[in-house]
Ligand binder design. Structure first.
Ligand code: PMV
Length: 315
């Protein structure tokens, strides 16, 4: 038998950075993300002889090549072991996975890949053990143990994650145009897991949760009032806040390069001249995510043609 599942990535506007519980991945503050339904991870699972689980890239005709480091494979298969233990199943499995977005593009793939693995493994194991399939909420909780941000990938178009619960908030912008501007293709030097650990030594850390909660409140109000410009300001302040945690901790690090700064300035100029523009955010990486409203499609196209084509990849 063979099982297949897919899950989307997501981009947080209010970020998950810092954990109350590192085993259970309980965040120090609520986070809010937009689901990126075009950026998908796919997983296929088959039963496998023997006792050991294996991972290999999933070969989809026409798809881009995909690989996982030894540590990446281990972390992925450990999550499968966790799910197998819940179902009390010992049989070995072959896991194949891939993403429909280029690897090394600096796009967070752990959210979509852990969500897709959780979905696929739950399907396979409930079939094999004749147990009832989990609810979406239960799958999100389980996925969170593998990768925190993956629990938001089970909900769309928006996901609000607080402690152990994810809900779909009512936000009047249900369809946005997402672009990620690639500043650096290289594998990040500090993983998000390491970032969660290092930031706890920043003098800004004890007050981080209060600022995130305040930003969340302000962003939800701005969305409710259809005040796009205020939403942009809150998103800006929010990503600057987590990047300041990175640069002020005991082992400081930064993802912001001179090219990132340059592009951010061009985006600010766009806002300045048009009194309008996209929401801008950055995760634990050098690349810039922008979200436009559907009525800004031609603005998005123009900005891309003028500033990005020939200089940066955009997905
Ligand atoms: O899920 P993790 O442990 O990879 O953490 C993700 C952290 C950020 O991407 C920087 C922010 C977020 O909320 O997605």
């Amino acid at each position: 038998m063979s099982w297949f599942a897919q899950a989307p990535s997501n981009i947080a506007l209010i970020k998950y950075m810092g954990k109350k519980d590192t085993e259970q991945n309980i965040p120090i503050n609520p986070s809010l993300s937009y689901t990126l339904s075009n950026l998908l991870s796919s997983v296929n699972i088959e039963e496998h002889p023997g006792k050991k689980d294996f991972w290999e890239p999933l070969d989809i005709p026409g798809a881009l090549p995909f690989s996982l480091s030894k540590e990446g494979q281990e972390r992925y298969l450990n999550h499968l072991t966790r799910i197998k233990a819940i179902f009390n199943h010992q049989g070995a499995m072959m896991v194949r996975s891939t993403n429909n977005f280029p690897q090394g593009a600096g796009l967070a793939s752990s959210a979509s890949s852990f969500a897709a693995l959780t979905k696929c493994a739950v399907k396979a194991l409930s079939d094999l053990t004749h147990k009832e399939i989990f609810s979406t909420e239960a799958m999100a909780k389980l996925s969170r143990l593998g990768s925190g941000s993956s629990c938001r990938s089970f909900f769309t178009p928006w996901a609000l994650w607080d402690e152990t619960t994810v809900t779909v908030p009512d936000i009047p912008y249900t369809e946005l145009l997402h672009q990620v501007i690639i500043v650096n293709h290289e594998e990040k030097k500090v993983s998000s897991r390491e970032a969660h650990r290092r930031i706890t030594t920043s003098p800004n850390y004890p007050t981080r949760s209060a600022r995130a909660i305040q930003n969340l409140k302000a962003l939800r109000h701005a969305f409710q009032d259809k005040d796009w410009k205020s939403a942009y300001h809150v998103c800006w302040q929010e990503f600057q806040d987590i990047h300041a945690l990175f640069s002020t901790c005991k082992e400081p690090f930064s993802y912001i390069t001179s090219e990132t700064k340059n592009l951010l300035t061009r985006l600010q100029d766009l806002w300045q001249t048009e009194n309008d523009g996209p929401l801008i955010t950055m995760d634990a990486g050098p690349n810039i995510h922008v979200l436009y409203r559907p009525d800004q499609a031609s603005m998005a196209k123009q900005f891309k043609q003028k500033h990005l084509i020939g200089n940066h990849d955009v997905f």
